[in-house]
Design a protein around this ligand. Structure first.
Ligand code: 13P
Length: 240
């Protein structure tokens, strides 16, 4: 299976920068393994390109009076096929919890969207040796009550929070053992074997080394996704 490169543009770019970015990517991403997650306001600029795209978050409601939210049907109406759910920045800034995230995942799957579900521990949790406890509860609670046949459309992104935007990355051995734990937990408790992405300070320089980790099916990239040259270098490295 092709390795995935998921690009989370977060709350970056203004109008002209998005136009330039889309233009620079044109014709470069034919393999469909690079997925773009632009800021919501710029989603329409990603319509009609050869690569899949999606939202950085999605509502658990169908439509109507939910100010500031976007629905699965709205995203689908412009051709979006993916959504990130449970990014640690949203868990922290918007106080999103596993219960709500579970409803969003269910709504997205009902609508035929593919989900990138983010999990990960803080520095404090890691220092207190709570990483596996946290990951297990995020997996079990976030994915509760979803059939294995639906779970096949859920990709798990393991993003240690202390590694996001810091340049500090776990060793390959640590990532291998944590991702093995994530896969085993999902297999044993939910009867599904997820594809697991690694996220946290991935860039065009370190991706070749990270790409050696057998359990890792791809990467969720923040900062380095803002530069098309870096994106193409990362893409080329994981496709080698
Ligand atoms: P950075 O690649 O900037 O560390 O961000 C990772 C991330 O949060 C992707 O969702």
């Amino acid at each position: 299976m092709k390795k995935i490169l998921a690009l989370n543009l977060k709350m970056n770019f203004n109008y002209q920068e998005v136009i330039d970015y889309v233009q620079e990517l044109k014709g470069e991403l034919k393999n469909k393994n690079v997925i773009l997650f632009p800021p919501t306001i710029f989603l329409p600029y990603f319509i009609g390109n050869e690569y899949p795209f999606g939202a950085q978050n999605i509502s658990e409601f169908d439509n109507g009076a939910h100010t500031g939210e976007i629905s699965c049907t709205q995203l689908k109406s412009i051709g979006g096929t993916y959504t990130i759910i449970g990014h640690s920045e949203r868990r922290k800034d918007q106080h999103e919890e596993d219960g709500t995230l579970n409803l969003r995942i269910k709504k997205a799957l009902e609508n035929g969207l593919k989900v990138v579900y983010c999990i990960g521990e803080t520095k404090e949790e890691r220092d207190m040796l709570k990483t596996t406890k946290i990951l297990k509860s995020e997996i079990v609670n976030g994915l509760a009550g979803i059939k294995p046949t639906d779970l096949k459309n859920v990709i798990i992104a393991y993003e240690p929070i202390w590694s996001i935007g810091t340049g500090v990355i776990p060793t390959n051995k640590e990532i291998a053992s944590t991702t093995a734990f994530i896969i085993d937990t999902a297999v044993n408790i939910l009867n599904y074997k997820p594809r697991v992405l690694y996220g946290g300070s991935v860039n065009e320089k370190n991706i070749a080394e990270l790409n050696k980790i057998a359990n890792v099916s791809g990467f969720l990239v923040g900062g380095a996704s803002l530069d098309v040259k870096k994106v193409l270098k990362m893409k080329e490295t994981i496709e080698r």
